[in-house]
Write a protein that binds this ligand. Structure first.
Ligand code: ZN
Length: 508
């Protein structure tokens, strides 16, 4: 009885969170700007309501009963996992005082304006006091949440449980050893032709083609839709309503296409979650308070990167779909071969802007941020020293000179809202994508043959079986071990980048 009651009660938490997601989707796609202030309050109210419902006496009573009911069942059974996750989430939220959360939310609202002004004037000193306060709140939160080795571990726990600062440092060192020689070699190599990507591509045609290709790889539009936005995202309100967005630049066509493929990858993860998990904790992240079925933000990113980079930026993809893209943009690509197109959408050039970074250089933007965040959080780097440390790391990793703070340390919005500890998800996603793709295509020869013939169903089915259907039942590393035989392993990723870029730039 208690277990059934717990499922219904956590279902109501899921309802609050999904209602918040609808408001958030609307805010980022349809809402007039003037609605922003009230909308932020509505979202905060729903998040607090969800948290309070989760931590209510009624929930605890049901949980205790449910723990007795499932006692003795196998550790991996869904009901045992659900009960354990609810217990873990309640304990997590109760460790963070509500007063501290309020302070962080209020500071975030104020800090955003200060950050925007600092970026506008390219002057970090304007933002430094607000960032110092934000770092201090995050340090307080880390103490409240608790950690074994490093306070940054506590902050990463919310989005990427199990990740440690020490583990990241080992992972990053291996990536640097593998990727920096490629970046250096490409700097001296001849650039592929890319002029045709910058022609005048009509907005409507871009959205049509983006949707066509998202559907082509398997995004189910009977349970989704595509809209335009400034910063592309995917959001699900259960597996049967999973929406994606992309952005369009008339003078740079790949943005809309690869944005849509990326978000479709996220969406197929949510659309593939076992229907039996709908409204349960196995489709609700009760720690980060998002109604998602993905097991971690890194795992989610693995699905988007896999479809975007391993499929959408593959040679096979463009030898199969060059005719489609030429038909979508009549007359605009007549002078371009599929090989030229493939090379153009894979060209690599170090940039100081993270969101414009290519597949090969992206991880350096993440390493730099995660390393600086960890140092700010443990106190070994003062906020005042941040711009200098940032610029030095950019030079060291990518060989670029940052022209000013706006294009350097002030470029991302994350720190102004107090988000510290989230960047590592992107690199974990890249590593996990390569590991999954490598296993899928090397152990099951039919999958690569199908991809060569523009048949995406076998890969999609493999990913649904290995990852998506399980929702949040298994941890990220359990999923990886079950699917690939080992935990997070950077080698397939380094091998993928080495093979691809050595070939494209004739480096051998
Ligand atoms: Zn993503």
């Amino acid at each position: 009885m208690s277990y059934a009651g717990l499922i219904e009660a956590t279902g109501r938490v899921n309802d609050f969170l999904n209602a918040g997601s609808v408001l958030s989707w609307d805010a980022r796609t349809m809402m007039p700007k003037a609605g922003a202030e009230t909308r932020a309050k509505q979202l905060a109210t729903l998040a607090v309501a969800a948290r309070n419902l989760l931590c209510s006496d009624e929930m605890k009573r049901l949980l205790e009963g449910a723990e007795t009911e499932v006692a003795g069942k196998p550790d991996s059974s869904a009901d045992v996992r659900i009960v354990a996750q609810v217990r873990e989430a309640i304990e997590y939220h109760e460790r963070i005082p509500t007063e501290m959360l309020h302070r962080k939310t209020e500071l975030g609202a104020a800090a955003h304006e200060v950050w925007a002004e600092a970026r506008e004037k390219a002057d970090f000193s304007i933002f430094a006091p607000a960032l110092t306060t934000m770092v201090n709140i995050n340090r307080e939160m880390a103490q409240a949440i608790g950690f074994e080795d490093h306070p940054y571990d506590a902050l990463m726990y919310r989005f990427e449980p199990g990740t440690t600062t020490a583990g990241l440092s080992t992972l990053f060192a291996r990536l640097r050893d593998g990727i920096i020689p490629l970046v250096r070699a490409i700097a001296d190599a001849e650039k592929p032709r890319s002029d045709f990507l910058f022609r005048d591509y009509p907005v409507d045609a871009q959205m049509q083609f983006a949707l066509q290709m998202a559907k082509r790889i398997g995004y189910d539009t009977d349970r989704g839709r595509l809209d335009t936005t400034v910063h592309p995202f995917e959001v699900s309100f259960t597996r049967n309503d999973v929406r994606i967005t992309t952005r369009v630049a008339t003078d740079y066509m790949p943005m809309s296409l690869f944005g849509a493929l990326h978000e479709a990858g996220h969406a197929m993860y949510e659309q593939g979650v076992d229907p039996a998990y709908t409204r349960t904790p196995l489709a609700t992240d009760l720690i980060s308070l998002y109604a998602v079925g993905g097991v971690s933000f890194g795992a989610h990113e693995s699905q988007s990167r896999l479809w975007e980079n391993h499929v959408g930026r593959s040679r096979a993809f463009w030898s199969n779909h060059m005719g489609d893209i030429k038909a979508a943009y009549p007359g605009l690509l007549d002078d371009v071969t599929d090989e030229e197109f493939y090379r153009a959408v894979n060209r690599s050039e170090p940039s100081f802007i993270r969101v414009e970074a290519d597949e090969l250089t992206y991880d350096f933007h993440i390493m730099l941020r995660a390393e600086l965040e960890a140092k700010m959080v443990d106190g070994s780097l003062e906020v005042a020293e941040l711009p200098e440390a940032w610029n030095a790391a950019m030079k060291n990793y990518l060989g670029v000179d940052v022209p000013n703070d706006a294009q350097g340390v002030l470029q991302d919005v994350h720190w102004s809202s107090g988000q510290i500890g989230t960047f590592c998800n992107y690199t974990i996603g890249n590593i996990m994508a390569a590991q999954l793709f490598d296993t899928a295509t090397s152990e099951n020869l039919g999958i690569q043959t199908a991809l060569d013939g523009a048949n995406y169903a076998p890969l999609r089915d493999w990913l649904t079986d290995s990852v998506a259907q399980h929702g949040r039942r298994y941890t990220r590393d359990e999923l990886l071990v079950n699917a690939t035989g080992r935990a997070l392993d950077p080698e397939p990723y380094i091998a993928h980048l080495t093979t691809k870029f050595t070939d494209i730039y004739d480096l051998s």
